[in-house]
Structure formats: structure tokens, C-alpha cells
Design a protein around this ligand. Structure first.
Ligand code: UDP
Ligand code: MG
Length: 316
């Protein structure tokens, strides 16, 4: 099979027939063999009935139905597991992404040998309250992930080589950072294609402004995991030791200063009357705590079933 199109959806009943007809038309015009996997993320409207009707009429339409609403990332994850096509394309259900982009995305993966091609909604039809924070979000994501050539991490329209989706694990709300996940798994050929974007035709957006707060926290988690996930001691142990040593010498200095003053006949105060004593003490305690956090992290990492999971590309 050439292409799997994965469509996560939550209450998008009006859009589905139109979207599927459009995909069918593009696929037939280009002679692709394909499947469209609708992942119904616990919709409360008629979305699932619509998918059943589509599947009854065409063998290219397939569906997964969640018992409840889990989110876009879990929906993508399950779609990725089921996908059989050599090229996997993800697309939002709300008709904001255009199926007309599919042939070119397919060509970029198969001929230009990209691992992943992300859409770039250069001209967006979204309210300013969304486009402005998005710019900031993408700049941060670029800096943290080191993927310098992407302008639009969160674009729903993306294409992947099959191997990529079978070897990354999207979870939580990490769908915003799939290129970063792919990069961490060793898939380096990440490209971008400017895509057309349309205003939402039916229904409403499913994500509020809190997407930016959560997105920012997720980015920190990912960065941290990729840097220190398997070796937490390297950061906590280092910082902890540094603080402890600093605190220790500071305490010694405070004591030595008092002894020196005492024996040279100058006026002196009790060590416990000096603010520096408490600062030094706190530093030592925090240092110990950090060190301990690192050690506990190591114990947890050691027990992780993932600790020896590597991406092996080829074996002879
Ligand atoms: N979506 C989903 N589960 C959710 C929220 C959203 O599957 O919990 C789907 C939604 O139906 C759509 C896609 O994710 O197909 C993108 O959502 P939306 O269009 O609301 O996001 P926006 O375009 O505003 O970024
Ligand atoms: Mg949308």
C-alpha cells in the first residue's frame, strides 16, 4: 500500500464526508493505493455513525473508536500502530488542511528521501490571538529542539516514512513535537512544505489558549528527557556536588573568620549570629537534596524497561 492517511477527530461530523470524498478524488487521480484511518477520539456527536457509513461504502475507509476522549496524541498513536502504507500522512479532520498536498508530500518522502515532512501554514486563517503566540512557540521549539528549518511544529498535516511512525511513541500532548521526537529517535532528514490553510468551515477549535502553557511545559520535559532521561545523576549530581562544596567552604570560612578574630583580639560575633552561616547551611542542604534527587532518578532509570531500547537501523 502506498499511503495511509490518519485523521484524528473529535466532534467533526459535518466535515467527514466532504473530507473523505476529497481524499478519494486526489488518490484516484494519482493512482495511489491507500487507506484512510479515522480515529474517533470519543466524539459525542454523530461522527462515528458517519465513519461507519463511509466504511460501508468504501473499503479504503477504516476507523478506530475510543471509548472516551483521550486527546489528539493518543489518537495519532493508535493510528500509527494500525497504518500499513509506505508513507503515512496525518491530517486534521476540520478541512483546514488540504488533501491536494498529498501527492507532493508523497513525492518528497519517496523521491527526496525525507524521513518526515511537516506542513507550514505560511498564510494562516486563524485569529490573531492564535497566530501571534504560535510564532513565539515555534521560535522556542526551534531553539530547544535544534531543528532550525521548521516554522510550524504543530501543523496537523505531516508526512512520514513508515519506519518513523513505527519507531516513535507519541503520548500525552506530544503531538506538537513529533519532529523533535523523530529527531531524538535518530531520524534526521526533516523537511518542510508550505501548505494551504483554510478557515475552519464547521464546528469549533478543540484547543484553548492553555495549549501554549502546556506546550511550553511539554517542551521542557522533552528537552530534559532527551538530555538527562537516562542519566539524571549527570545533572542533579553535578549541581548537588557543586552546591555542597560551595556551602561547605563557606561554612569553614565563616568559622575560620570567627576563630581568627577571637585569637587576634578583635571583636567577634557568634557563628550563629552571622547571616552567611545560614546561607551556607542552606546551600549544603539543597546540595544534598539535589544529589539525592539524582540518585533516586538513577534508581528509577535503571528500572525503566526502556533503558536498553535503541534504534537499530540495519544489521548484517
Ligand atoms: N482532536 C482530537 N482530539 C481532541 C482534540 C482535537 O482528535 O481531544 C482533533 C480535532 O478533531 C481535529 C484536530 O485534532 O481534527 C485538530 O484540532 P483543532 O482543529 O481543534 O485544532 P486547531 O486547528 O485549532 O489547532
Ligand atoms: Mg483546526
Amino acid at each position: 500500500m502506498d499511503i495511509s492517511v490518519i485523521i484524528p477527530l473529535y466532534n467533526e461530523e459535518e466535515s467527514l464526508p466532504e473530507l473523505f470524498a476529497w481524499i478519494q478524488r486526489v488518490m484516484n487521480e494519482n493512482g495511489f493505493s491507500y487507506e484512510v484511518i479515522f480515529v474517533n477520539d470519543g466524539s459525542t456527536d454523530r461522527s462515528w455513525q458517519v465513519i461507519e457509513e463511509l466504511a460501508a461504502k468504501s473499503e479504503n475507509a477504516k476507523g478506530i473508536k475510543f471509548r472516551r476522549n483521550y486527546g489528539k496524541s493518543p489518537a495519532l498513536f493508535c493510528g500509527f500502530e494500525k497504518a500499513q502504507g509506505e508513507v503515512v500522512i496525518t491530517m486534521d479532520a476540520d478541512l483546514q488542511d488540504s488533501p491536494d498536498e498529498i501527492p507532493e508530500l508523497y513525492r518528497m518522502i519517496t523521491e527526496e528521501k525525507y524521513d518526515l515532512v511537516s506542513g507550514y501554514k505560511k498564510k494562516r486563517y486563524d485569529p490573531l490571538s492564535k497566530t501571534l503566540p504560535t510564532k513565539l512557540f515555534n521560535a522556542t521549539a526551534r531553539a530547544v529542539s535544534g531543528i532550525k528549518n521548521l516554522h510550524d511544529f504543530n501543523c496537523g498535516l505531516k508526512a512520514y516514512r513508515k519506519e518513523v511512525v513505527k519507531n516513535i511513541e507519541v503520548y500525552g500532548e506530544m503531538h506538537r513535537y513529533i519532529p523533535y521526537l523523530a529527531k531524538n529517535a535518530g531520524f534526521n532528514r526533516i523537511g518542510e512544505k508550505v501548505v494551504h490553510h483554510q478557515a475552519r468551515k464547521y464546528g469549533t477549535t478543540k484547543f484553548g489558549l492553555n495549549r501554549f502553557v502546556n506546550g511550553y511545559l511539554d517542551l521542557i520535559s522533552l528537552w530534559f528527557l532527551s538530555k538527562f532521561g537516562v542519566k539524571p545523576m549527570h545533572i542533579f549530581g553535578f549541581l548537588g556536588s557543586l552546591m555542597f562544596i560551595f556551602g561547605f567552604f563557606a561554612v569553614v570560612a565563616v568559622g575560620a573568620h570567627k576563630l581568627y578574630a577571637m585569637y587576634s583580639g578583635q571583636p567577634y560575633i557568634l557563628v550563629t549570629d552571622s547571616p552567611y552561616f545560614y546561607l551556607a547551611l542552606t546551600t549544603m542542604i539543597l546540595g544534598t537534596q539535589l544529589f539525592l534527587a539524582g540518585f533516586l532518578g538513577e534508581l528509577i532509570a535503571r528500572n525503566s524497561p526502556e533503558r536498553n531500547k535503541y534504534q537499530i537501523e540495519k544489521e548484517l
